[in-house]
Design a binder for this molecule. Structure first.
Ligand code: HDD
Length: 721
């Protein structure tokens, strides 16, 4: 008899369930509809006959498809691409002298946090390695309610007034007629806007520096950008700037590498964060504050309210007040990372705003955007957004309301509910705004004190070392060469000339512009001459003191640390097992991560006869996702590797991207076979950061480790350019 064909999966038996790698559902749970009705067949829709039309009656099918049809929500208008993690914050001591915020007082207290890192311009599926500012948003779930520090990895912003934010974002997003380019600022509309907005030049210097292509989210600084206020129990205000300092140091990739990673592994930063946490390498930052007494508000030659300015660390040092550790990946990307709603207006008693006109505009924007993105004023009830302390008020109803409020009182004041929930006095932790005296005319004006757009752009540029300056020039050459409208390029070169003439000349030469021809008024351009932009930029002077803190290379954190750096070992059959193990043990003892790259995807037979597990096949990985390369000895292994064209490509890229490379004994053949070979001197000296000590293994290991700690061998760029 013909067996009835249903293609229906038989329920797993108990033993199979126990073996399942995923335990996201509890065992013995039946598949049900959203109404809790057990489903008997989830593989076949209800049809009239086994070949017949589907029936509208099939409520199981309809429910499943309807839900699927509505699975997407609008992505964030900016910062759409992001990754997040859970962790905790712990203060180092008591700073009640400055702020009454309770989560900053007790070194034994732990405040849960959820942190989302992001790029700004790209869509949700875009590459992590775009040249862009990175969002660094921290939600502290404090006992006094949620506090969000919604910052970036750059301490300043492009614009001074929130009214320009939609213009900035329209300009940087893909151009509206053909929606290109994705996640890139290298196009006409962005640079058109920037060339007409001299106030953006300080931020442009940061965005063109390697800060905009971080090595990892774990290796970025974070900044609150605006000046905020700390308020203590006596209601005294102190201005505060927030800084996050990464324990792993601040590191970047190089631009050629960033572009290659974008193709090879567009999830590079997401994967890096996820894997570090899964492997127990919990990323850590220290929270720093720059504290400025209220009386010193006007002491600086810039305005504390101007978000295009930093307070140089040399003027006001950063005091470290606590640490943040990220130690748990989200369970569900959509429920947590996508639905988390940050807002710079989520503050707790002890933290308050200043009149920074960019911050003031932000205070409106974030709730408003959640209404369309998350679809309801009840987005605070989504688990990731809920405060950990109890929340009571008279707000009611609305789409997707979760709470079932009881009773008939939903107003204040009331007597029927005994006046509850009642207001908290200041001493009871009630939030009161700082009583700042305001006595002013209602005007649309930019303060005179906001008009110097260039001094700090110069300070940043001049504080970079030669390598960093060259990278800025290269980035500008790349970006502006993608701009098709010549007058925009010219205006940009004009603005650059206000920062550094040589920089402007170098960029101009690469664009084929003669610098003399472009000495036109800087604000030239349609729409640029409005009252709000009437301040002509002053030509900036070179600062007397530079700021070492602004240079990533000159200001390394933990300069001897190679923790979590990824090292590729190129191996094939016949590799010398000792050579692998000695270097591996040394690197792993310093908490670096070693990956065996093999000529197949499974395992390698060592010269000892033992097998070595392969992490990646040479064909499916790439040198750009590693921080350094080691070629162990083993004649047969080296011969096999030399035959693979990917080997030379691997080494060439590592060499070009200034990464440390070490080879033992026969491994030198791979080095001589690559581009490095052309740079070996007649007395057999290897280029900087390339090591091959034949006899002395200890020296080889030591040299390699020291070079890895430097992150990159920048002097190599001189021989490459
Ligand atoms: Fe913003 C998201 C950071 C200016 C309007 N912003 C957003 C995120 C970060 C920042 C990190 C992503 C949060 C997350 O991961 O969900 N934004 C900044 C910084 C700024 C800034 C550091 C300047 C100092 N932003 C800014 C202005 C406006 C906005 C001037 C509007 C007037 N930002 C938004 C937004 C977003 C947002 C449209 C999009 C998604 C969201 O809020 O939740 O409201």
């Amino acid at each position: 008899m013909k067996k009835k064909y249903t293609n229906s999966s038989e329920p797993f038996n108990k033993k199979q369930q126990d073996l399942a790698p995923e335990k996201s559902f509890g065992h013995d749970q039946y598949l049900t509809t959203n109404q809790g009705v057990k489903i008997n067949d989830d593989n076949n829709s209800l049809k009239a006959g086994d070949r017949g039309p589907s029936l509208l009656e099939d409520f199981i099918l309809r429910e499943k498809i309807t839900h699927f049809d509505h699975e997407r929500i609008p992505e964030r208008i900016v910062h759409a691409r992001g990754s997040a993690a859970h962790g905790y914050f712990q203060p180092y001591g008591n700073i009640s002298q400055y702020t009454k915020a309770r989560f900053l007082q007790d070194p034994n207290s732990i405040t849960p946090v959820f942190v989302r890192f992001s790029t700004v311009a790209g869509f949700r599926g875009s590459t992590d390695l775009a040249r862009d500012v990175r969002g660094f948003a921290v939600k502290f779930y404090t006992e006094e309610g949620n506090y969000d520090l919604v910052g970036n990895n750059v301490p300043v912003f492009f614009i001074q007034d929130a009214s320009k934010f939609p213009d900035l974002i329209h300009a940087v997003k893909p151009e509206p007629h053909h929606e290109m380019p994705q996640a890139a600022s290298a196009h006409d509309t962005f640079w058109d806007f920037i060339s007409l907005m001299p106030e953006s030049m300080h931020m442009i210097m940061w965005a063109m520096s390697d800060r905009a292509i971080p090595r990892s989210y774990r290796m970025m600084e974070g900044f609150g950008v605006h000046t905020f206020r700390f308020i203590n129990a006596e209601n005294k205000s102190t201005f505060v700037k927030f800084h996050w300092k990464p324990k792993l140091g601040t590191h970047a990739v190089v631009w050629d590498e960033a572009q290659k990673i974008s193709g090879k592994d567009p999830d590079f930063h997401r994967r890096d964060l996820w894997e570090a946490i899964e492997n127990g390498n919990y990323p850590e930052w220290e929270l720093g504050v720059q504290l400025i007494p209220e009386e010193d508000e006007h002491k600086f030659d810039f305005d504390l309210l101007d978000p295009t300015k930093i307070v140089p660390e040399e003027l006001v040092p950063v005091t470290l007040i606590g640490k943040m550790v990220l130690n748990k990946n989200p369970d569900n990307f959509f429920a947590e990372t996508e639905q988390v709603a940050f807002h710079p207006g989520h503050v707790v008693p002890g933290i308050d705003f200043t009149n920074d006109p960019l911050l003031q505009g932000r205070l409106f924007s974030y709730t408003d955007t959640q209404l369309s993105r998350l679809g309801s004023p009840n987005f605070h009830e989504i688990p990731i957004n809920r405060p950990i302390n109890a929340m009571h008020n008279n707000q009611r109803d609305g789409h997707m309301r979760q709470e079932i409020n009881t009773g008939r009182v939903s107003y204040f004041p009331n007597s029927l509910g005994g006046g509850c929930p009642y207001q908290a006095k200041m001493a009871e932790g009630g939030f009161t705004s700082y009583e700042e005296r305001i006595d002013a005319k209602k005007i649309r004006e930019r303060s005179e004190s906001f008009k110097d757009h260039f001094s700090q752009a110069v300070l940043f540029y001049e504080s970079q070392n030669e390598t960093e300056k060259q990278h800025i020039a290269n980035a500008l050459k790349f970006e502006l060469s993608k701009v098709e409208t010549v007058v925009i390029r010219e205006r940009m070169v004009g603005l650059l000339a206000k920062i550094n003439e040589n920089l402007a000349k170098e960029v101009a030469a690469s664009l084929g512009i003669v610098i003399k021809e472009i000495e036109k008024p800087i604000n030239q351009g349609i729409g640029a001459d409005t009252d709000s932009q009437k301040h002509e930029p002053t030509t900036a002077k070179k600062p007397e003191t530079l700021s070492k803190a602004l240079s990533m290379i000159e200001n390394p954190t933990n300069p001897n640390d190679i923790a979590t750096r990824m090292i590729a070992f190129l191996c094939s059959d016949g590799v010398n097992e000792d050579s692998v193990n000695i270097m591996k043990n040394e690197l792993e003892s310093k908490n670096a991560v070693v990956k065996i790259i093999g000529t197949n995807a499974n395992s390698i037979k060592c010269d000892s006869g033992n097998t070595l597990k392969v992490d990646f096949n040479l064909l499916s990985t790439t040198s750009v996702v590693f921080d350094g390369v080691f070629i162990p000895s083993g004649k047969e292994s080296v011969e096999k590797l030399v035959q693979q064209p990917q080997t030379a490509e691997f080494i060439n890229d590592a060499f070009k991207h200034c990464k440390p490379i070490a080879a033992e004994n026969e491994g030198i053949h791979i080095i001589s076979n690559s581009d490095i070979g052309k740079n070996i001197t007649s007395d057999q000296k290897l280029p900087a950061g390339v090591f091959s000590e034949k006899e002395n293994k200890t020296q080889l290991t030591e040299n390699f480790v020291n070079a890895l700690a430097k992150h990159r061998i920048w002097e190599r760029e001189k021989i490459l350019n």
